[in-house]
Ligand binder design. Structure first.
Ligand SMILES: C[S@@+](CC[C@H](N)C(=O)[O-])C[C@H]1O[C@@H](n2cnc3c(N)ncnc32)[C@H](O)[C@@H]1O
Length: 311
């Protein structure tokens, strides 16, 4: 998504260190490898071990680039980079999930494909969507649907789920989607907006809860602040950090965190308003339609031998 715009903002140079927080299928990382070659480093990170290997294969074709791979949350990545003695020139977090994850029915991420109600991006994490749906008290379930799905019918849906689970397990994506559709018979779109599947917001909410997506994002944003404030942290002076968000619950904390860092003189905002996809990309790639790209550049501090001096 938005490759030209991302790399214009990240301004990679040969020999640079590029950190991909969400390597996925390696699309962005392979383009970054071309730009940091020769002599540069590409750091790959993903929660999903399968995607990490796919991205590694995409990048390792560039022989003149050093590749390091970490499996885990990007919230923990800055600490691991510091341990490894790596400092970033450019960082990208392309949030959410990849097409192969949604298309794989066995992961339970899609209401369009019947599969187990799982939704974990990291299969070793403890809680599945089925466990949430089967065990959470009704009020907590409604709260998750409202907060993470912005679902206005959250209480009705939670009540229906709790009534249905008394009769037996809700263990498939098809069963859950059917329940939600039976509550929102009139369709899931908002008045005046495009019509969407009624299950869309419920699935988004559960996916965010199962994967603690906003918690990981907060941890990452706190690390960006910390890195920008420190002379010897994981971000070099002048490092650029870009985030691609796909819904307002992700974009809002990014916008607020970047604004607050700018206010405190730690970064310069490279995007006052989010960059969005061109008409052409929106037409050819549905995922690009909701993408919002924001980026900052850390301000070099005096006394940092590794960075430029500004001001
Ligand atoms: C949209 S895809 C990235 C696509 C990638 N930019 C490309 O060009 O192929 C998002 C990836 O982020 C991973 N992911 C989601 N949450 C994560 C987290 N908290 N930490 C690390 N990776 C995460 C997913 O497993 C998925 O592979």
């Amino acid at each position: 998504v938005l490759p030209a715009e991302v790399f214009a903002l990240l301004a990679l140079e040969p020999g640079g260190v590029y950190v991909d927080c969400t390597a996925g299928l390696g699309g962005h990382a392979a383009l970054a490898a071309e730009r940091v070659a020769p002599g540069g480093t590409v750091v790959l990170n993903d929660l999903d071990a399968g995607n990490l290997e796919l991205s590694r294969a995409a990048v390792e074709r560039h022989e003149s680039v050093r590749v390091c791979a970490f499996r885990g949350s990007f919230g923990e990545l800055p600490g691991r980079l510091t341990e490894a003695g790596l400092r970033a020139d450019a960082v990208l977090a392309d949030l959410g999930f990849s097409s192969n994850q949604v298309d794989d029915a066995s992961r339970g991420l899609s209401f369009k494909r019947d599969g187990p109600l799982d939704m974990r991006l990291d299969p070793s994490s403890p809680v599945t969507a089925e466990e949430l749906v089967m065990t959470l008290p009704e009020a907590e379930l409604a709260d998750i649907l409202y907060r993470f799905g912005e679902e206005r019918a959250s209480r009705l849906i939670a009540r229906k789920i709790v009534a249905a689970r008394r009769a037996g397990p809700i263990s498939t994506t098809g069963a859950l989607a059917g329940l939600v559709r039976s509550v929102l018979r009139g369709g899931g779109g908002r008045r005046g907006g495009p019509s969407i599947d009624p299950a869309t917001r419920t699935f988004q909410a559960l996916r965010i809860a199962v994967n603690d997506e906003l918690g990981h994002l907060d941890a990452f944003l706190a690390s960006v602040r910390h890195g920008a404030a420190s002379d010897r942290g994981w971000l070099r002076a002048g490092a650029r950090v870009a985030v691609l968000a796909f819904h307002s619950l992700e974009d809002r904390p990014v916008k607020q965190a970047f604004a607050s860092m700018a206010q405190d003189g730690l970064v310069e905002r490279l995007t006052r308003r989010p960059t969005v996809a061109s008409e052409a990309e929106r037409a050819s790639n549905p995922r690009a339609r909701s993408a919002k790209l924001r980026a900052v550049r850390t301000i070099g501090r005096t006394g940092d031998p590794g960075g430029e001096r500004i001001g």
